[in-house]
Ligand binder design. Structure first.
Ligand SMILES: Nc1ncnc2c1ncn2[C@@H]1O[C@H](COP(=O)(O)OP(=O)(O)OP(=O)(O)O)[C@@H](O)[C@H]1O
Ligand SMILES: [Mg+2]
Length: 285
């Protein structure tokens, strides 16, 4: 049997539906995988290859997490690759993608400690209904929908911005209708998509069965992953109709996305097979 560590965290902030599915599928292809909380692996000398999965608390320890990932990657193969992880922790990558011509949710980045008021920041854009969220975030942590003209909004924003870099975006009403679609790539290939219901701070995640997507949504996914798709073991591209109805990139998840493997057995199989093949070529080296 080939060995693999699956990086997770303890306690898990919410259940990981992918976990048991992946463990079983790996066993079937001859991979002995062990769940390993990343914080317990920090000083480890163990050179077992690692796949990052449910490390969902990393957003609260981001420097430590990057140090762990660097060290793990120096000892043994790490998936996704370390340079991909490094570039994906801070959602300013949205602005980089926008500069490369990818349509993204309109986004303003406020740096931690900036003293400007929310209303001042959005004055030029005419947004009245906005979403604010930490630039390093997951699981809808501190993600708030705010009306700019409501008195409490200013305080909610200022408090968050004192602690972290914050993204400010217009609220996209399409998340209630057509919905946000999560497009899953496994081992360089699009496998399936689901619809995610709107979710803000303290809400629970609710996802659909696998659903067909439009060719424009798929094209956006391909564009967002251009140049890197074939280096990725897994990826998730979250898209939603923008203010003009055309899909925009909401998030590019390359670190620890749920992959909704329950919704698509072929994707599960492809992930297990992609891992097995990578481990095999590691052993051969
Ligand atoms: N601009 C927006 N307009 C409407 N809804 C939004 C917007 N930004 C975020 N949301 C809602 O908040 C949720 C969480 O935001 P986002 O996906 O950007 O961050 P996250 O916390 O990293 O996500 P995840 O839950 O996928 O880890 C989205 O799934 C969506 O329901
Ligand atoms: Mg998201």
């Amino acid at each position: 049997m080939m060995s693999l560590k699956i990086a997770t965290c303890r306690p898990l902030p919410e259940p990981d539906v992918d976990e048991l599915l992946l463990l079983d599928a790996l066993r079937e292809v001859g991979v002995d995988a062990r769940m390993t909380p990343w914080r317990e692996d920090i000083d480890s000398a163990d050179a077992t290859p690692t796949i990052i999965r449910s490390t969902w608390d990393y957003i609260h320890h981001v420097e430590e997490f990057l140090r762990w990932a660097e060290a793990a990657s120096a000892r043994a193969p790490l998936w996704n690759p370390i340079d991909v992880i490094r570039r994906n922790v801070h959602k300013s990558y949205l602005l980089d993608l926008q500069l490369r011509g990818i349509p993204v949710t309109p986004t303003i980045l406020a740096r931690r400690g900036d003293l400007q008021e929310l209303a001042e920041i959005v004055a030029a854009s005419a947004w009245t209904d906005v979403v604010i969220k930490p630039a390093v975030g997951a699981g809808s942590f501190e993600t708030h929908r705010l009306r700019v003209d409501e008195p409490r909004s200013s305080a909610v924003f200022s408090k968050l911005c004192k602690e972290r870099d914050v993204l400010i975006q217009p609220y996209l009403p399409s998340v209630e209708g057509h919905g946000e679609r999560a497009l899953v790539w496994i081992d360089g290939e699009f496998t399936h998509a689901v619809r995610k219901s709107p979710r803000f701070a303290d809400g629970a995640e609710s996802v659909s069965e696998a659903l067909p997507i439009s060719s424009t949504e798929l094209a956006l996914g391909h564009a967002a992953l251009r140049d890197i798709a074939d280096r990725l073991l897994y990826a998730r591209v979250d898209v939603a109709p923008g203010l003009d109805g055309m899909p925009v990139l909401m998030e590019l998840e390359l670190i620890e996305p749920s992959l909704f493997l329950l919704q698509n057995p072929r994707a599960l199989q492809r992930l297990a097979e992609g891992i097995r093949r990578r481990l095999h070529s590691t052993v051969q080296r």
